[in-house]
Design a protein around this ligand. Structure first.
Ligand SMILES: CCCCCCCCCCCCCCCCCCCCCCCCCCCCCC(=O)SCCNC(=O)CCNC(=O)[C@H](O)C(C)(C)COP(=O)(O)OP(=O)(O)OC[C@H]1O[C@@H](n2cnc3c(N)ncnc32)[C@H](O)[C@@H]1OP(=O)(O)O
Ligand SMILES: NC(=O)C1=CN([C@@H]2O[C@H](COP(=O)(O)OP(=O)(O)OC[C@H]3O[C@@H](n4cnc5c(N)ncnc54)[C@H](OP(=O)(O)O)[C@@H]3O)[C@@H](O)[C@H]2O)C=CC1
Length: 448
């Protein structure tokens, strides 16, 4: 019997960000492997035209939950959605909901975040820092709380090359940043953002670093662990290979390559592409939750969920795999036959952008206009080029993450858990398998 799965039986679990990519996979695994858990509270922000229940049913109706529903048709009864907006004071939650959460929660998984690289600093601070702070305050009032698991990113310290499983101080204290957001107006914040974030490439990674500092400074006596995944990709095995439902990170770029839009990207072929399948991140998270609650380590532990340190996959390998996959099984109705190259300097990147991206888009738009249709290719291409430019920072550098805590975690697991729970440490060995699976679900999601 898995000790980790048994641990979550009979627990009341609170998940923020359960409607997101990682949150959904986490919820699915909990429901599938710990069917006796008491309840999963999920904080869901209201969406126009959809009730909370409708949002939950929409998620449960997806292919991701097919396996769980086979074994437990009434799975929805285990999920209790609570209306909450993490951008608001007290999360704009009803009093009764708040009291129930405070009285019952045993484990918190804090996944909610804005992952947009171009988020306004005010919004990124609000969600990635202040909401974390508020959740800590709530957690400190939960008498039954056993563990608080916070999702950060392996890139929260991407201004460093060698990253250990520790919290690095930010140049400006989070408290000062939070205070300044209260009285500075949006325009001034925009002006000073580059000075504040210094050598962080965007507000996302910067505010995730601030969020970690808040956890360290304001976590008090709580049992806390931080998970730092690198670039999270589709599932490797669970609940089935190849599940993904968003276009973040490499997914959008791979689709654009398969459709023939993306012909060139500024990337260093020998730089490490640190991809980690989402199910392995979830496995590590559940193991960390169990360990934090049961062993109560003296200090906060950080777990890197990365692959590059063990058996690195380079962007060149990844690119060749992507092209080979599309050669074998091409998209229907592609714009052009997939072909792409990597450029390594900005001058040649500009040349390739003009020749292989903008020029064909202009020609195609002219053709659309001449045939009485609305031009759209240039708009799409401009968006694609904007995205590429934001990802370039990550495709032209390599980082080294240590993973001693993940290895320690594995050694603490029972033999049965070691057998059924694939953590990051083994993930690297199967990396090509993960990459070649990457394209299949993406193709399906964009077919047509
Ligand atoms: C020596 C040997 C040499 C060998 C050489 C071999 C050569 C072989 C070459 C082959 C090349 C093949 C290339 C293959 C692939 C390579 C892939 C490289 C990509 C690398 C990516 C690295 C990423 C690293 C990131 C790491 C960061 C840390 C990870 C994290 O912590 S969290 C997750 C990170 N967050 C994100 O990823 C979010 C980033 N995105 C954003 O912030 C925003 O999207 C944005 C970039 C700012 C753009 O914002 P916009 O407002 O412009 O757009 P929006 O996102 O709102 O989308 C608008 C609508 O458009 C739809 N859409 C988006 N993308 C696509 C798409 N690609 N296709 C179709 N549609 C798309 C989107 O859905 C929206 O639609 P709507 O909702 O209906 O409006
Ligand atoms: N994906 C990746 O590659 C990586 C992710 N991470 C971290 O993992 C965590 C989860 O990421 P991921 O699942 O990819 O992100 P998603 O963008 O897919 O999900 C974000 C979640 O946060 C929720 N959320 C956003 N704003 C609010 C709000 N104001 N109130 C309530 N809920 C809100 C979203 O709800 P809604 O559905 O309503 O939008 C959604 O459920 C994040 O902390 C991220 O930093 C770390 C490394 C890599």
């Amino acid at each position: 019997m898995s000790m980790i799965a048994a641990f979550y039986g009979n627990k009341s679990i609170l998940i923020t960000g359960a409607t997101g990519f990682l949150g959904k996979v986490l919820m699915e695994k909990l429901l599938r492997t710990s069917p006796h858990l008491k309840v999963i509270y999920i904080l869901v922000r209201p969406k126009a035209g959809q009730t909370l229940q409708q949002r939950v049913f929409q998620i449960l109706d997806s292919k991701l939950f097919e396996k769980v529903k086979e074994s437990c048709p009434n799975v929805h009864e285990k999920i209790r959605p609570i209306s909450a907006d993490l951008d608001q004071r007290d999360f704009a939650m009803g009093k009764e909901d708040m009291q129930e959460l405070l009285a019952s929660t045993n484990i918190i998984f804090h996944c909610a975040a804005t992952v947009r690289f171009d988020a306004h600093l005010r919004n990124a601070v609000q969600l990635n820092v202040i909401a974390t702070q508020q959740l800590l305050v709530m957690a400190s009032q939960m008498p039954k709380l056993e563990a608080f698991i916070h999702f950060s990113t392996a890139f929260s310290n991407c201004n460093l090359n060698q990253i250990d499983e520790v919290i690095y101080p930010c140049p400006v204290e989070p408290r000062k940043i939070i205070d300044s957001m209260e009285w500075l107006d949006d325009t001034i914040i925009e002006e000073i953002t580059p000075k504040l974030i210094r050598d962080w490439p965007n507000t996302y990674t910067y505010t995730k670093a601030l969020g970690e500092m808040v956890i360290q400074q304001e976590g008090g006596n709580l049992n806390i662990a931080i998970i730092r995944p690198s670039i999270v990709g589709p599932s490797w095995q669970e609940p089935f290979p190849g599940w993904v439902d968003n276009l973040n990170g490499p997914s959008g770029m791979i689709i654009a390559t398969g459709k023939g839009f993306l012909r060139s990207i500024r990337a260093t072929p020998m730089a490490v592409a640190d991809l980690i399948p989402v199910d392995m991140v979830v496995n590590l998270t559940l193991a960390a939750g169990w360990y934090t609650a049961v062993h109560r380590p003296k200090s906060l532990l950080i777990y890197h969920s990365t692959t590059g340190g063990l058996n690195p996959c380079k962007w060149s390998e990844m690119g060749l795999q992507v092209l080979a996959s599309f050669k074998k099984i091409p998209f229907e109705k592609a714009f052009r036959r997939p072909n792409a190259n990597f450029t390594t300097n900005s001058l040649s990147a500009q040349y390739w952008n003009a020749v292989t991206h903008r020029a064909p888009a202009i020609v195609y738009d002219c053709y659309l206009v001449l045939t009485g249709r609305k031009p759209r290719m240039m708009k799409l291409m401009t968006r694609l080029l904007k995205t590429i430019s934001m990802l370039e920072y990550f495709t032209n550098r390599s980082w080294e993450w240590t993973s001693a805590n993940s290895e320690m975690l594995r050694s603490e697991m029972s033999p049965e858990d070691q057998r059924v729970t694939v953590l990051t440490t083994q993930a690297a060995r199967n990396r090509m398998d993960c990459i070649s699976r990457y394209c299949l679900p993406l193709r399906k999601s964009l077919a047509g």
